[in-house]
Design a protein around this ligand. Sequence first.
Ligand code: SF4
Length: 180
Amino acid sequence: MSQKQCNSVDLVRLQIVLLAYFLNILHDLEIYNIISHVEKILISACLVGDKVNYQGKANACPKLDLLKEKYELLVFCPEVEGGLKIPRLPNEIRDDRVIRKDGKDVTREFNEGAHKALQLCKYLGITKAVLKENSPSCGTHKIHNGYFTGVKKNGMGVTAKLLKENGIQVYSEDEIDQLL
Ligand code: SF4
């Protein structure tokens, strides 16, 4: 192989290495996701099978496979991201505070998880979220009444409310048909 041929082969190799390196950086920075053509939606982690709810269990989600065919799912649990453990005592919203079953005020942790969810949506350009109904974080139409009696009322969880106030469309797991 001549010196000239050798140099051009080396140049191609160098370009491939640089391209791979560049794509890696893009992927790490999530810029790859931003330029991806598949629409991204945020989804409650427990709905995709992650055992993250207060009992350390997942929640079955209908039509998850259909959702995966159409969207890239960004899996997120605001309570875990807010610093709460798995499992944990149940929490309910009472008078705009979030109260743990033993009486501790955990509003700060719930707000932190909600703001992290919003940041993620803004960063990745996400405009839709599928969230677990009845949860003090993720409930989109119903939450428990705040007194740990098993009674539900109309209302939104902390994360669902913050996302909606910031223009993100929130759906419960029972409304997935509207996204398909
Ligand atoms: S906070 Fe949301 S994602 Fe996390 S376990 Fe509760 S319902 Fe599921």
